[in-house]
Design a protein around this ligand. Structure first.
Ligand SMILES: Cc1ncc(COP(=O)(O)OP(=O)(O)O)c(N)n1
Ligand SMILES: Cc1ncsc1CCOP(=O)(O)O
Ligand SMILES: [Mg+2]
Length: 377
């Protein structure tokens, strides 16, 4: 080793020695920061989503952070001399909704873990690798939480708007969202890809502003490009397994089914929901033989996943479809061709949201009278 090299080594050893109290303080502050952020996420997983697995992952991460928080690091704390305690950012004060709270805290955790990873390397060799691994677990947690919320929204959705090409498509979708719609599929067989991409981007943003799910018909590439919540695939579209591979485990994939075999196959393939129909003849899918109410009844008995009756459904026959066992419906013309899409959406939702109460009534009634068709009225 040359004199110059050994001089440099001594100098850097000196710098690192001097830096030690500061490094310990950085580690102490960021261990606290990451744990606090995780606690906030954990509370939502536990009380909001009631998901034991997500809450338990947060807890494990907190415990792992705690195991690094040694008395030596805690004793480095110097709150009164820390200029950062009096600095608050305007954005810290602003939280408009739950999504803001979760996003802000995920950012906080991920930032803190990055700091722990970098400074931890100086303090203890294993720290860097451990915090790096934890950071990836937090990314996965964030993605799983998003997926969980998507599935919850999907389960809660009673009405599904499938769009048809129109000059007013944006206004129609917005009007329906104002009526309480929470699930939209962008279906456009006519436009070129540039126009489709532009419209998909706009509609995706719009739906997310209203906290509604946005699905793209047929096109996995567009769904990825606009960060849609998922894709809807028919029997002639790309295989579900390929779509899953491309979209990953956290996005929604829906599959059209017209009969019992297709329904059973969709379940095996891992569809998140299915379309059941066409129930009635419809010009939107001209030439397609209706599957009828018998198939609706079959789906009611056999589908463990959310399913949407589709095809020719409007305000006049909605109760017939509900009587056949449907709890969710998908429509194109009933909303897209309506003069007042908001009012029509509200009507559909009011009928569909009565179902739980009506089914309970139906069950009680049939137990005491041996029969009932209350829902058809
Ligand atoms: C909810 C829902 N169900 C069924 C379909 C029909 O899909 P597909 O059979 O692929 O026909 P196209 O819509 O692509 O013409 C759907 N789009 N949505
Ligand atoms: C896309 C689709 N898939 C089965 S039926 C159908 C169209 C339903 O359209 P409408 O609600 O206008 O009858
Ligand atoms: Mg299709």
């Amino acid at each position: 080793m040359s004199d110059k090299d050994s001089g440099l080594e001594k100098q850097s050893a000196l710098v690192s020695l001097k830096a030690q109290p500061a490094v310990r303080r950085i580690l102490d502050a960021n261990l606290d920061r990451a744990r606090e952020g995780l606690r906030i996420i954990e509370e939502w997983c536990r009380f909001g989503l009631e998901s034991q697995s997500l809450a338990s992952e947060c807890k494990q991460l907190r415990q792992e952070l705690g195991s690094w928080h040694s008395p030596e690091l805690r004793s480095a704390r110097n709150t009164s001399g820390d200029p950062g305690t009096s600095l608050t950012h305007e954005q810290e004060e602003e939280r408009d909704n739950l999504a803001d709270v979760l996003t802000a805290n995920f950012c906080r955790i991920e930032e803190a873990l990055r700091v722990l990873e970098e400074y931890g390397k100086i303090y203890n060799r294993q720290m860097g690798a451990s915090f790096k691994q934890m950071r990836y677990r937090v990314y996965q947690l964030e993605s799983a939480l998003l997926a969980y919320e998507r599935q919850q929204l999907l389960k809660q959705a009673r009405l599904y708007l499938v769009t048809s090409p129109s000059e007013n498509i944006y206004a129609i979708v917005e009007a329906a969202l104002q009526g309480g719609l929470t699930l939209v599929q962008y279906r456009d067989k006519d436009s070129n890809d540039c126009d489709r991409l532009r419209m998909a981007q706009k509609l995706c943003r719009l739906c997310h502003d209203y906290k509604a799910l946005f699905i793209i018909n047929d096109r996995v590439d567009l769904a990825l490009a606009v960060e849609a919540d998922g894709v809807h695939l028919g029997q002639q579209d790309v295989p579900l397994a390929l779509a899953r591979e491309l979209l990953g485990p956290h996005r929604i994939i829906g599959r059209s089914t017209t009969n019992s075999e297709e329904l059973q196959r969709a379940l095996l393939e891992g569809a998140d929901y299915i379309g059941v129909g066409p129930v009635y003849q419809t010009p939107t899918k001209a030439g397609k033989t209706p599957a009828g109410l018998d198939y609706v009844r079959y789906a009611a008995e056999n589908s463990p996943i959310p399913w949407f009756a589709i095809g020719g459904i409007d305000m006049s026959n909605l109760n017939e479809v509900i009587s056949g066992g449907a709890e969710r419906v998908a429509v194109v013309r009933a909303i897209c061709d309506a003069e007042q899409p908001t009012l029509v959406t509200q009507y559909f939702l009011s009928q569909l949201n009565r179902i739980d109460t009506l089914r309970a009534y139906q069950q009680r009634h049939s137990q005491s009278h041996g029969r009932s068709n209350y829902l058809a009225t």
